[in-house]
Write a protein that binds this ligand. Structure first.
Ligand code: ZN
Ligand code: FE
Length: 255
């Protein structure tokens, strides 16, 4: 399996998931950079896998689908609003490209029809999380409840620890600033900031962290942390879903 990040718009990532000379396009944000990436990689596009309906993730759907003669996969609840949707899916459905198969996870919260695509290629695996799980962060709750988002993140966090995380935006450095604010003594957060700064300094993406990395540094997967709770004034005996809601609210207000 090869994963090619394709920077789009200001800070979005589309991806090519490549196997056997074929590619699935994850989140066709805009057509031009994806067309160029397909040409550069010398691969044939087989489908677009959309993580959610927001314009910055689907802006190139109709143009690329028409031009390449391919379909668009997305959650069935987005039938009426996701541009070009031809292959509605739900939790547990499989989609494939080349020799790879991806399992669709339904992860409501950022939007109600959000989907994550988990590609399990034996020794290697990857999950495409859109705006649900970011590296060191998570998406805002535009449509779902905190309880829904907390459960969705839990499903992603339960994937294998070595699974690579490919998210929809380059927000990592800012997210890690918040992580350092809520867990100031964390060596893992400190190391992650150094790594992210080095990558961004070279103009490279920070995506491709692992689920294990995220469990160690991502405040939204660490809502039980006593240091985090003390920093944000969350009761030590509060349940995880309420703690999650408080962490999300604190991040929304963080500058
Ligand atoms: Zn979004
Ligand atoms: Fe987005």
């Amino acid at each position: 399996m090869r994963v090619v990040p394709v920077p789009c718009l200001a800070d979005n990532y589309a991806y090519l998931v490549v196997s056997e000379g074929e590619a699935a396009i994850v989140d066709a944000s805009e057509a031009a950079p994806i067309r160029e990436a397909l040409r550069r990689e010398g691969v044939v596009a087989r489908a677009i896998w959309s993580t959610h309906h927001h314009w910055d993730h689907v802006g190139g759907n109709e143009e690329l689908a028409r031009e390449l003669g391919i379909g668009v996969v997305a959650h069935r609840s987005d039938r009426e609003r996701l541009p070009g949707l031809t292959h509605p899916v739900d939790a547990g459905d499989k989609v494939s490209v080349g020799r790879l198969e991806a399992t669709c996870l339904h992860v409501p919260g950022h939007t109600l029809g959000a989907v994550a695509y988990f590609v399990d290629a034996g020794a290697e695996s990857a999950v495409f999380t859109g705006d649900t799980l970011f590296c060191a962060g998570c998406g805002r709750l535009f449509e779902g409840t905190p309880a829904q988002m907390h459960a969705s993140l839990g499903r992603i966090a339960a994937l294998p620890g070595r699974c690579r995380v490919y998210c929809g935006h380059e927000y990592t450095e800012n997210n890690l600033r918040f992580a350092a604010h809520v867990e100031p003594t964390s060596d893992d957060v400190c190391a992650a900031r150094t790594r992210a700064a080095a990558l961004r300094g070279r103009g490279q993406p920070t995506v491709g962290t692992t689920i294990d990395d995220e469990r160690r540094v991502n405040p939204f997967l660490r809502v039980g942390s006593l240091e985090l709770r003390a920093t944000l004034g969350i009761a030590a005996d509060a349940d995880d879903a309420s703690s999650f809601a408080a962490v999300r609210a604190a991040k929304d207000a963080f500058r």
